[in-house]
Write a protein of this length. Structure first.
Length: 277
């Protein structure tokens, strides 16, 4: 069996007709730990994200997999925005980039010989955008979806047009059942309290500015909107908020921070993910 090797490696895979590279890290003592998929931002630097996630692998005895989505094949509408809407047209589900993630998980499970391998998703910046929108439209078996410091969000509202909310989409992609399922997703908004710089990658269009003036503000507003809608409708909301003091827009510091454990696993986490004393 073509098992993922120990240490750092590059594993080419074909999923959904796409040839992709998975940058992986398997701790030397890895045995029955979880899988953590790590999603890069606008720089498409999946190898660096894998390297900076090695600490998570060691602390949580987890298999790290960081897929790379090359910009020439997955530009912003296909990566950060998931491929749902291209040139104003809703695409068939089979063409959504989010749909590659369950297939990717199945491939890793096959290679590891663990068909029930539990997995978690974490994405920073553009990777966080990818995951918050995935959560709205593509079912997964992820135990937790950690959305860290994205520039914009999919708000659980139809008065924000897509990709900022569900407005303008067909009823089957925007009705109450879709919003309810979105709020039920196991989402953690993992936010840096000092992520307040409006840099060159920061979306400053009017629809984005409706969400807030900074990444920190937009994340808090998204969290508030989700819980207010759930309370108003009597729905369940599984969204959590984990704030990180003293950190700005830096994925490595977010991954290394002690609160990353809570973001992924919550206050009560499986014993198999506990770091050694």
């Amino acid at each position: 069996m073509d098992t993922i090797p120990s240490g750092s490696a590059t594993v080419p895979v074909t999923v959904g007709g796409h040839d992709l590279d998975l940058f992986t890290y398997k701790p030397a003592d890895y045995s029955d730990g979880p899988l953590i998929l790590v999603f890069h931002g606008v720089l498409r630097n999946a190898e660096e994200y894998r390297d900076h996630a090695r600490g998570m692998g060691d602390r949580f005895r987890a298999l790290i997999v960081a897929p790379r989505f090359p910009e020439d094949r997955f530009p912003i509408p296909s990566y950060q925005l998931g491929g749902l809407l291209i040139d104003g047209e809703v695409q068939p589900r089979s063409r959504w980039t989010w749909e590659l993630i369950p297939q990717m998980v199945r491939e890793v499970r096959r290679r590891e010989g663990r068909p029930d391998l539990p997995y978690y998703l974490i994405g920073h910046s553009g990777g966080g955008q990818f995951l918050i929108r995935l959560s709205g439209f593509t079912p997964t078996e992820a135990r937790r979806i950690v959305v860290s410091n994205p520039g914009t969000y999919l708000f659980p509202a139809r008065d924000h047009d897509y990709p900022y909310g569900f407005g303008g989409l067909p009823d089957g992609l925007a009705d109450d059942s879709v919003l309810k399922r979105f709020l039920e997703q196991p989402i953690t908004l993992y936010l840096a309290m000092n992520d307040t710089e409006r840099d060159e990658h920061f979306d400053q269009t009017p629809p984005a500015e409706r969400q807030g003036a900074t990444r920190w503000e937009r994340g808090n507003n998204a969290y508030k909107a989700a819980h207010e809608l759930a309370q108003k409708r009597g729905w369940k909301c599984n969204w959590r908020l984990v704030s990180v003091p003293g950190v700005g827009h830096d994925h490595q510091l977010m991954f290394d921070h002690e609160t990353c454990r809570e973001a992924l696993f919550g206050p009560e986490f499986p014993s198999s993910t506990k770091a050694s004393d």
